[in-house]
Ligand binder design. Sequence first.
Ligand SMILES: Nc1ncnc2c1ncn2[C@@H]1O[C@H](COP(=O)(O)OP(=O)(O)O)[C@@H](O)[C@H]1O
Ligand code: SF4
Ligand SMILES: [Mg+2]
Length: 411
Amino acid sequence: MAVLDIRNLIYWYRTRRGAVHAVDNISFKLEQGETIAVVGESGCGKTSTANAILRLLPKNVERYEGEIWFDGQDIMALGNEDFRKQVRWKGISMVLQGALNALNPTVRAGAQVAEPLIVHYDVDRDEAMEQAIAAMKRVGLPQDIARRYPHELSGGMKQRVVIAMALILKPKVVILDEPTSALDVMTQTNIINLLKEMKAAEGLSYIFITHDLGLASDLADHVAIMYAGEIDEIGPADHVFVHPKHPYTGRLLASVPRLRSEDAPEFIPGAPPDLTRPPPGCRFHLRCPVAFEKCGWVAEEFVDRLRLLQATTQGKEGFPRFSEVEARGTQMVVLRADSDSPETLAASFSEFVKSGRETNPFLKSVRSVDAKTKAVAVTLHEGAPPPLIGEEWRAACWLVQEATAHDTIPA
Ligand SMILES: Nc1ncnc2c1ncn2[C@@H]1O[C@H](COP(=O)(O)OP(=O)(O)O)[C@@H](O)[C@H]1O
Ligand code: SF4
Ligand SMILES: [Mg+2]
């Protein structure tokens, strides 16, 4: 039985610009003694996922729904008081993002580690200190560190203190939110080794949150790739990192610099979308190099792309001569020309779509081009969001479905 089983988790924030879809219907499982790495660019919803699991809710949470099964119990069904007593820190704990810089400078390290016991469980100070020293020993810190103030500790020691804080109530699951991103490479390696040792010795289960694929591949048994509030690919780490199925995972891997390679790392063009208005269809379609008909362009995006192309290729041969372009509803674009007839414009636009589809995937969304009395109507294919396709190893990409249907894996 999985120690943690998350089903259809939703966690949105309310803002003046609209609801931020930070975590949008994600599901994953974590087995006892295993690590799942949650990987993705900044702003894709990793920290929000962690906060949702631990029920850390800011005032502006707009939606918080789903099931979280921990040790066979749906902890979403618990009242706040029971959740605090039974689950938070005791069952599932967390090393918060940036926690080593948030240590209280005026309190000695040992007292900070002991604090959860005193605050949450009313344990007396001496016993709490004893347990704090034991927890610090588990993370490789000698006893005298307990009496030091944070400014007397190195970055690596501070991170060990923070990990000791997360372990003091002996949780089964520890969520580590970018636990090494503020550390130098050597210290980072030491902390990763410590996490591995503790996992092997104590059967701990980790959710390891990172934007660093190298670290994820070093530590993880399973990996979930997040993009724009969703999971795009999830499966055993040795599969996902070796033969990614989702184009976004492929791009992430290609963007990692390699020591002995002459090839420059590739960057992913564009930026993650605004989560108050997640793109329709596949959320990655605006940045996807292999997007095709089904991926979900809408007229407004098409018009933006076309105008951009018009501005950059102006005057070049082969670019259709239109003077106006506008979106009509979600799936229709209307073009007008000053000089050419609608028939001439429709013919040149059709030719342009045919020859430009591979370099500009958004053109693949054109379903038909029709000359009307005064203008040209371009109708777009309707897209849909791809579900996660597969069993043990799943990816949310329509290409995976096509490949399964034809019994091949996409390159
Ligand atoms: N308290 C908040 N109120 C409104 N929006 C938030 C809040 N916290 C995070 N967000 C937004 O939610 C999205 C996901 O953020 P986050 O979970 O921190 O991503 P990550 O950890 O992957 O960088 C981002 O668009 C971020 O701006
Ligand atoms: S469904 Fe697949 S091919 Fe289409 S945009 Fe998304 S990732 Fe790219
Ligand atoms: Mg974060």
